[in-house]
Design a binder for this molecule. Structure first.
Ligand code: USQ
Length: 383
């Protein structure tokens, strides 16, 4: 089975490339280093600098004997995207190739436009390349739980049955995202849904919550294979950030009241989920949407878990609310369904004290590389 991974150098893309290669898939990983370039421009580099994608793939092959093919190029260029699908003829495409940072997308006009253009262009090009060059390819698209926002009703998996004036219709679940980045994901879903209806594409759209972790079966083999572990305000997700703050002696940055609740998952579970999605294509002309997270926490709950884990390795962790740089509800109802992936066989790795301590120990080993200036929020949603 051949799989192409768009965004193969990313926090999720690189571990995904290794995961499928280790399981015998023929893997092509594609990237243009957009995230690395933005990280450099905004002083938001990862804790440990990763080798470039070509060198990572060479290191992976030297260690495991498994091959990952690499192509460096801009997927927003249709001719490049089209040539990949024509030549490689993938059975499955995993699409991560987007500007993934909500704060970056809210920084200013140029950052907003880059996010909108890049994310929509790549999704559009991916759809057309499949349609024209590899019509049997199953697209596994990474969406986000942030597409739904935080509505005051239960969140279903992708769709909602509406009865209106005595008649019934199933619609995409209403979306109301909280950043421009999250809004590009809403627009992606609409584009995909249109082409599924009109051209019979086969797509799984995974609505993923914030991911944490830096350990996977393959990443644990060697430091050269580590994922890009960000703790900055631009690319760092909240659990990863809190753990680095705990090690650096910086009070945990709870934004506002800290009641913001999201669905979280371990990086290892992202890999399980995309593999389950890849192995269970929904059928031509279907858009299957699954909510990809394993448990929900408020920011206050996460801060407390990190404080307790910190104390078990001798860290005195302080938690401090700071003014919220984002525009979001700080106290709200949150009840998203997430049975689809469990029914396919997902075995969750939960956020236990052991998991947090293991992460803390890896961060402590790299403590000297923490740059405190990258920690406090530098982007405000609505200045
Ligand atoms: N938060 C804090 N303090 C911090 C950082 C974050 O209180 O220092 C809060 C945020 O305000 C938010 C929550 O923690 O309420 C989650 O923030 P996050 O930065 O971990 O996640 P987010 O910006 O929403 O984006 C991340 C990924 C994105 C993915 C998304 C899934 O960067 O690519 O799509 O998680 S979700 O949040 O479900 O939309």
């Amino acid at each position: 089975m051949r799989i192409i991974i768009l965004g193969g150098d990313g926090y999720l893309g690189w571990p995904t490339a290794m995961h499928f290669a280790a399981r015998g898939w023929e893997v092509l990983a594609v990237d243009n280093y957009l995230r690395r370039n933005i990280a450099r421009e905004t002083s938001s580099e990862a804790l440990v600098e990763a080798p470039n994608l070509v060198d990572r793939a060479a290191a992976f092959e030297a260690i495991t004997g498994k091959k990952i093919d690499v192509k460096i190029g801009d997927l927003a260029d249709y001719r490049f995207m089209e040539s990949l699908f024509r030549d490689f003829q993938p059975d499955t495409c995993i699409h991560y190739a987007e500007q993934p940072s909500a704060p970056y997308s809210m920084k200013g006009f140029e950052e907003a436009r880059l996010t909108l253009k890049n994310n929509l262009d790549v999704t559009f090009n991916c759809i057309w390349a499949v349609k024209e060059q590899a019509p049997n390819c199953h697209i596994v698209k990474l969406g986000t739980m942030g597409e739904y926002g935080t509505p005051n009703i239960d969140i279903e998996e992708g769709y909602l049955d509406i009865t209106h004036n005595g008649r019934d219709q199933k619609f995409l679940y209403p979306r109301q995202a909280g950043s421009l980045y999250h809004t590009t994901k809403v627009l992606d879903t609409d584009l995909i849904w249109f082409y599924v209806r009109t051209h019979g594409l086969e797509v799984t759209d995974l609505m993923q919550g914030p991911v944490y972790g830096l350990s996977t079966d393959e990443a644990d083999l060697d430091d050269a294979l580590l994922p890009n572990f960000h703790y900055d305000d631009i690319f760092g997700t909240v659990v990863n950030r809190f753990l680095v703050q705990a090690v650096a002696g910086i009070p945990l940055t709870v934004y506002g009241k800290g009641g913001q609740t999201r669905g979280y998952l371990n990086l290892k579970d992202t890999l399980q989920c995309v593999e389950l999605a890849a192995n269970n294509a929904p059928g031509k002309g279907e858009l299957r949407i699954m909510n990809q997270f394993t448990e929900t926490f408020s920011v206050n709950e996460l801060a407390e878990l990190v404080r307790v884990a910190g104390s078990s390795v001798g860290l005195d962790v302080e938690v401090k609310s700071i003014p919220n740089p984002r525009k979001e509800l700080e106290e709200h109802y949150y009840n998203p369904k997430h049975s689809g992936l469990l029914e396919l066989g997902l075995k969750p790795n939960y956020l236990t004290n052991d998991v947090l301590v293991e992460m803390l120990n890896k961060i402590i080993a790299n403590k000297d590389q923490i740059v405190p200036a990258r920690v406090l929020p530098r982007v405000v949603w609505n200045k």
